[in-house]
Design a protein. Structure first.
Length: 283
């Protein structure tokens, strides 16, 4: 494991529930997921904290919800908001939330599985990359989308390095407010990128489900599109684009390039409060 940061609940406004199935719906917009989490929170918080009540409420909530985008990826009805302001997502059956009793066996996995599971981001992201995601995505919806998308994080940093022809230290991006804001804008394309299918059958690099119900890994068919690979393409796929023409693909690449250039400019421009060197600007 290369990350020492607690990726699930790292503080700083960020939190994640992706492996509990949070995003596993065709409509995984912020508004739709907020409604679902608020409903689950209200219902689960309203029942006695014992296994019988939690199992019953989990079954009831399962009946109500929309079908999963990827049938084999489980969606747990015991995920909800941990705070009154609905800023933090997490497990409503965790002993720290229930006040002592562990009710995670009432969800879609065993409590032991929930306790032990770590997603691939724990192994593939560095601490510095994780710190950058936490700083750039200080809300549950965007943080969960980005922290679980290792290829997006790595791909964005690689593009910035190519643009600058120099290595990029993620901590240096965190330390420069203009650069961090530009990183936030690039990562936010996971939520806001224009021109994608509103009724998504894809999820980032994944989709549609294969015959077994598992997510399939998407690639671009350059021959069918009549074009060639470009450095931005990994990020374009991670953003959920499924371009059906070379023009649409080029527009998505250009969008990514503009954001990458903004980050590079912010890193390479001296901050406004940077002291003038002796003999310059001193009259
Ligand atoms: S997807 Fe990864 S970071 Fe998110 S809650 Fe699960 S283990 Fe934690
Ligand atoms: S019971 Fe397990 S799967 Fe369900 S919300 Fe809690 S941690 Fe996630």
């Amino acid at each position: 494991m290369s990350v020492s940061l607690h990726l699930c609940q790292p503080g700083g406004g960020a939190s994640c529930g992706a492996c509990c199935g949070l995003y596993n719906f065709r409509d995984h917009s912020r508004a739709s997921l907020s409604r679902a989490l608020a409903r689950q929170t209200a219902v689960v918080r309203g029942v006695p904290r014992n296994a019988e009540a939690y199992r019953a409420v989990a079954a009831q909530l399962k009946e109500e919800r929309a079908p999963a985008l990827f049938p084999l990826v489980r969606v747990c009805p015991l995920l909800g908001f941990l705070d009154a302001d609905h800023t933090r997502v997490g497990c409503l059956a965790h002993p720290l939330v229930t006040g002592g009793v562990d009710l995670r066996d009432c969800g879609v996995y065993t409590a032991e599985t929930c306790e032990r599971f770590t997603c691939p981001s724990f192994g593939w992201l560095t601490d510095a990359q994780a710190r950058l995601v936490r700083a750039a995505c200080p809300d549950w919806y965007l943080y969960g989308l980005v922290i679980t998308d290792v290829e997006l994080v790595r791909g964005c940093l690689k593009l910035v390095e190519m643009e600058r022809a120099a290595p990029v230290d993620p901590d240096a991006l965190c330390a420069r407010p203009e650069a961090l804001e530009a990183v936030r804008a690039l990562f936010s394309l996971k939520e806001t990128a224009p021109g994608r299918d509103a009724d998504m059958t894809v999820f980032g690099r994944f989709g549609p489900a294969d015959a077994e119900g598992e997510p399939s890994l998407r690639t671009l068919d350059y021959a069918a599109l009549g074009t060639h690979a470009a450095p931005e393409d990994d990020v374009v796929l991670c953003l959920g684009y499924a371009p059906e023409s070379a023009q649409v693909l080029e527009e998505a690449r250009a969008l990514v390039r503009r954001h990458v250039q903004r980050i590079a400019r912010a890193l390479d421009t001296l901050p406004s409060n940077f002291p003038s060197p002796p003999g310059r600007g001193t009259g």
